[in-house]
Design a protein around this ligand. Structure first.
Ligand SMILES: [Zn+2]
Length: 135
């Protein structure tokens, strides 16, 4: 049936793996702990979800057993969305995704900021602490 399409939905990405090694060497404080040998970098060639460039997923317990713990995380880049970005922006997305891997290389770290883009852009990330005169 649709097997051909399914088979080509994902591709292993050496492009993002190489970027990840460069980022890891440069930003030791934030992502130096990430064991890149246990991360599979994939490009999704078909999907283009709104406002989403990439995502990081933990390998399931079953997968970990099956592959003898060789793979712990998948970072998936949505090619159709990534294609519109510059090389620097692509690297920034990759950096962001690597930040999702916790210190023990076991779990996903959730975002520590949730806010409105408009407010963050206009007033900066610490706007609540700055006691701004907005009235
Ligand atoms: Zn994220």
């Amino acid at each position: 049936m649709n097997n051909e399409k399914k088979d080509t939905e994902y591709e292993i990405s050496n492009y993002y793996r190489e970027i990840a090694y460069k980022l890891k060497a440069k930003y030791k404080e934030s992502i130096g702990h990430v064991n890149l040998d246990k991360v599979v970098f994939l490009e999704n060639l078909t999907k283009s979800p709104a406002y989403k460039f990439a995502c990081t997923k933990k390998a399931s317990k079953e997968e970990r057993v099956f592959n003898e713990n060789k793979t712990k995380f998948y970072i998936i880049f949505y090619k159709k969305n990534m294609d519109g970005l510059t090389d620097n922006q692509k690297a920034m997305v990759c950096y962001h995704e690597l930040m999702h891997i916790d210190f023990d290389n076991e779990n996903i770290v959730r975002h520590d900021v949730e806010d409105f883009n408009f407010l963050l852009k206009k007033y900066g990330i610490n706007y609540l602490e700055e006691n701004l005169d907005i009235l």
